[in-house]
Design a protein around this ligand. Sequence first.
Ligand code: NAP
Length: 247
Amino acid sequence: MKIMLITGGSRGIGAATARLAAKRGYAVAVNYTKNRAAADEVVAAINGEGGRAISVQGDVSIEDDVAAIFETVDEKLGTIDALVNNAGILDQAMRVDEMPASRLEKMFLINVIGSFLCAKHAVRRMSTRYGGKGGAIVNLSSAAARTGSPGDYVDYAATKGAIDSMTNGLGKEVAAEGVRVNAVRPGFIDTEIHTLSGVPDRIARTAPGVPMLRGGTADEVAPMILWLPSDEASYVTCSLFDVAGGR
Ligand code: NAP
């Protein structure tokens, strides 16, 4: 049974990915920080349908937590074959000239440094350089990396730009070591991230500007995420995949 760790797997895109991963035969580790009930619900649904899942608490922006997350997965499921670097945050809509340093620090710490730390601990297990048998890393970027999200969250967009660069650079670094690294760039997807950032109707508000005239669902993003670690994508690395309704 292949093993997948999904950071922020308790809600939204991560939860949809966890459910689909279990259907595709993965044992799934569902990471979360605060909302244990949401993680337990995803895990119970998977185990209730005959799959194998565990929940693992830990903040991806704290390296001790990341080390503990990976050790728990090693012990309870085994060495991972795939990491989905999905945990991420948005913040209130605001201009750059209003953004406090504390907001910027938190945004970059979770979205960028968190993804780097998880990639680091994954590569140490997957790379043939460390005696591993290979694997795949899927990073959650965003269409915002292209648009820049002016007037809304340029800081968030910049963290996703960093994820695109990391996907390219890390992908090349470990390409000859059996590890493939790719990123998925969703557009406006209907999850709680928008409510938590103070704009609960963002999906409806932005729909007219999307060529397909609607936002997407987490279940429409998960299949692209799941394709990337699969054998069908065996020659795909350092690549970015938009799931954004044409935006
Ligand atoms: P979401 O519904 O808000 O879910 C976020 C998940 O991340 C939750 O499981 C949350 O767990 C977890 N999380 C947050 N901070 C964490 C931390 N420091 N350490 C570990 N886990 C943490 O978000 P989403 O919309 O599904 O977004 C998932 C990813 O897709 C993010 O990287 C986001 O930037 C990206 N994305 C989303 C959209 C969109 O429109 N929704 C578009 C483009 C890209 P707790 O509940 O326990 O905090």
